[in-house]
Design a binder for this molecule. Structure first.
Ligand SMILES: *[C@@H]1O[C@H](CO)[C@@H](O)[C@H](O)[C@H]1NC(C)=O
Ligand SMILES: *[C@@H]1O[C@H](CO)[C@@H](O)[C@H](O)[C@H]1NC(C)=O
Ligand SMILES: *[C@@H]1O[C@H](CO)[C@@H](O)[C@H](O)[C@H]1NC(C)=O
Ligand SMILES: *[C@@H]1O[C@H](CO)[C@@H](O)[C@H](O)[C@H]1NC(C)=O
Ligand SMILES: *[C@@H]1O[C@H](CO)[C@@H](O)[C@H](O)[C@H]1NC(C)=O
Ligand SMILES: *[C@@H]1O[C@H](CO)[C@@H](O)[C@H](O)[C@H]1NC(C)=O
Ligand SMILES: *[C@@H]1O[C@H](CO)[C@@H](O)[C@H](O)[C@H]1NC(C)=O
Ligand SMILES: *[C@@H]1O[C@H](CO)[C@@H](O)[C@H](O)[C@H]1NC(C)=O
Ligand SMILES: *[C@@H]1O[C@H](CO)[C@@H](O)[C@H](O)[C@H]1NC(C)=O
Ligand SMILES: *[C@@H]1O[C@H](CO)[C@@H](O)[C@H](O)[C@H]1NC(C)=O
Length: 432
């Protein structure tokens, strides 16, 4: 057991340090600056944020992009976004810039922004879909006029120290790198134009940097064992015990108790796991050639609606999903040879929003899987997922020796052995 724990700890540390997600090895976010024209004192650029992450999206209140100017540049104007602070523009007499900050932070506009301030792919309040969920909505753009800057590709200086919030911390951005100028295809497809100069910034996500504790936990049950395997106690940390409320508390009836707060504090229902989200996996039915699983996601945060949520699950039988009820499903094949991971997400206008706790705060689905009789078994915890991610963050699984076991099935040592084997396999995916 000690070794298993050590292996898991090692895995977690390893993936954190490298900001590398084994289930989304190519997932990153790029921020591309295309200089479209030079002006008398600077340039006009189109800035494009592309979310290439398969299952991690930018939820409301959306992204914030920051950088530090190399010299004394200012932003004359922006369409499709805005700088959150104007800063000190007192040395300008007639024409006042949009922002004079040395390190501006820019956010998207809201959908109701005046038409003349909008730009293509803007004005979604910073909400950007994951690439795997909706590639057409995985982009956000704004146009910016920059002054007091270089006015040619020889004199312009690239901004430094890019930062990205999405909306919380977790992203790390590399330096801006000059890349071959972007080519734009005219709408009729008959002519190509190109940017005068292009640079890219690549940002990657690390859950370890985003938060100290997991954000969700997993519980298990099965038709063959009446015992439920609950989430681990304090799976998401118990530091907030003092601020949680019981579901029958009178506080919840106060007007506005469940409104989103300026300080973003959550209001959790008191549970032994103290997680905002719980995923439950129930092995429901055993047929001759198929088996059926029920999946339920529960929200314990009174101040959060999870819109366009995603659930990613790794299980060896996901290569043979026959039918998924009430959720959308998409297999993810990050490694061509292994088809054991899939993404579940809600159906638009039906259950794509996981509502706040207390108000229908759960969504559920059933999955029918076809057995491969050579590998299928209810023994040794095989029927339970190997990894679970909610909204791109890994959920805390119960310890392997607590999984529901078959009555009379033997020993838990078998179970531990199989888990040991699978940890070694996972370890190998990182190192080998
Ligand atoms: C970012 O992701 C894209 C798309 O998956 C990939 O082509 C590119 O190589 C990645 N860039 C970096 C720096 O990892
Ligand atoms: C700058 O522009 C000139 C032509 O105007 C081009 O030859 C040169 O490659 C460009 N340099 C960069 C860094 O883009
Ligand atoms: C950029 O970040 C580096 C390292 O974090 C820091 O040393 C440097 O001072 C920063 N530069 C500016 C202009 O903020
Ligand atoms: C720059 O970013 C764009 C996406 O915005 C991507 O298509 C392109 O491949 C990137 N270029 C390089 C050299 O990474
Ligand atoms: C707050 O909670 C109450 C009671 O649970 C519910 O009726 C109300 O719709 C919620 N209000 C908001 C703004 O979510
Ligand atoms: C709350 O979130 C907003 C938007 O992301 C951010 O600007 C603000 O700084 C956050 N407040 C705190 C106290 O973290
Ligand atoms: C928080 O509550 C849980 C369950 O009620 C308890 O096990 C844990 O010790 C508490 N932690 C703190 C710091 O109070
Ligand atoms: C969640 O959505 C409901 C219905 O759209 C809304 O009434 C409520 O205010 C939202 N709650 C939060 C915390 O945003
Ligand atoms: C992966 O499995 C799914 C069924 O869950 C199947 O539809 C898909 O074709 C498989 N993909 C590959 C590359 O084998
Ligand atoms: C699904 O399982 C059946 C029965 O074992 C097998 O014939 C079929 O090849 C499997 N499909 C995939 C994609 O592995």
């Amino acid at each position: 057991m000690k070794f298993i724990t050590a292996a898991f700890v090692f895995l977690v540390l390893f993936s954190a340090a490298a900001a590398y997600d084994p289930l989304d090895p190519n997932g990153n976010v790029t921020i591309k600056w295309d200089i479209m024209s030079w002006t008398t004192d600077g340039y006009v650029a189109i800035v494009t944020l592309n979310n290439f992450q398969t299952f991690r999206h930018f939820m409301s209140p959306g992204w914030t992009i920051g950088w530090t100017w190399a010299k004394k540049e200012i932003i004359w104007g922006i369409n499709g976004a805005q700088a959150v602070e104007q800063g000190d523009c007192s040395k300008f007499k007639s024409n006042i810039p949009h922002s004079c900050k040395k390190s501006p932070a820019v956010v998207d506009l809201l959908p109701n922004a005046p038409y003349n301030q909008q730009y293509a792919n803007c004005c979604k309040g910073g909400v950007v879909a994951g690439w795997g969920q909706d590639p057409s909505a995985a982009v956000s753009q704004f146009q910016m006029t920059v002054g007091l800057s270089g006015t040619s590709n020889k004199t312009v200086k690239l901004p430094k120290n890019f930062t990205l919030l999405g909306p919380g911390p977790g992203y790390t951005c590399g330096p801006a790198k000059l890349v071959p100028a972007t080519k734009f295809l005219a709408p009729d497809g008959r002519r190509k134009t190109q940017a005068l100069m292009t640079w890219n910034v690549t940002c990657t996500y690390s859950q370890f940097m985003a938060r100290k504790n997991p954000n969700c936990c997993v519980s298990f049950s099965s038709f063959y064992n009446p015992e439920i395997t609950p989430c681990i106690s304090c799976a998401c940390g118990c530091q907030n015990n003092a601020t949680c409320v019981n579901s029958d508390s009178k506080i919840l009836q106060l007007v506005g108790a469940n409104n989103t707060r300026k300080d973003n504090t959550s209001l959790l229902q008191c549970t032994h796991h103290m997680c905002p989200v719980r995923v439950h996996w129930h092995v429901k039915t055993n047929y001759k050639e198929y088996w059926r699983v029920k999946i339920a996601i529960t929200n314990f945060n009174y101040r959060m609606n999870y819109s366009t949520w995603t659930l990613v699950i790794q299980h060896p039988n996901l290569n043979n999903v026959t039918q998924v009820f009430s959720f959308n499903y998409q297999p993810l094949v990050p490694y061509a040879s292994i088809n054991d991971t899939g993404m579940f997400y809600g159906m638009k206008y039906f259950n794509d929003v996981l509502m706040e706790a207390g108000v229908l705060g759960n969504v559920q689905s059933e999955v029918l899987l076809q057995k491969d009789l050579n590998t299928f078994t209810f023994k040794q915890g095989w029927a339970f997922p190997r990894k679970v991610y909610f909204n791109g963050d890994e959920c805390m699984l119960p310890p392997p020796d607590t999984y529901p076991f078959l009555p009379n099935s033997a020993s838990k040592s078998f179970l531990s052995l199989s888990v040991l084997a699978s940890s070694l396999f996972l370890l190998c995916m990182y190192i080998c």
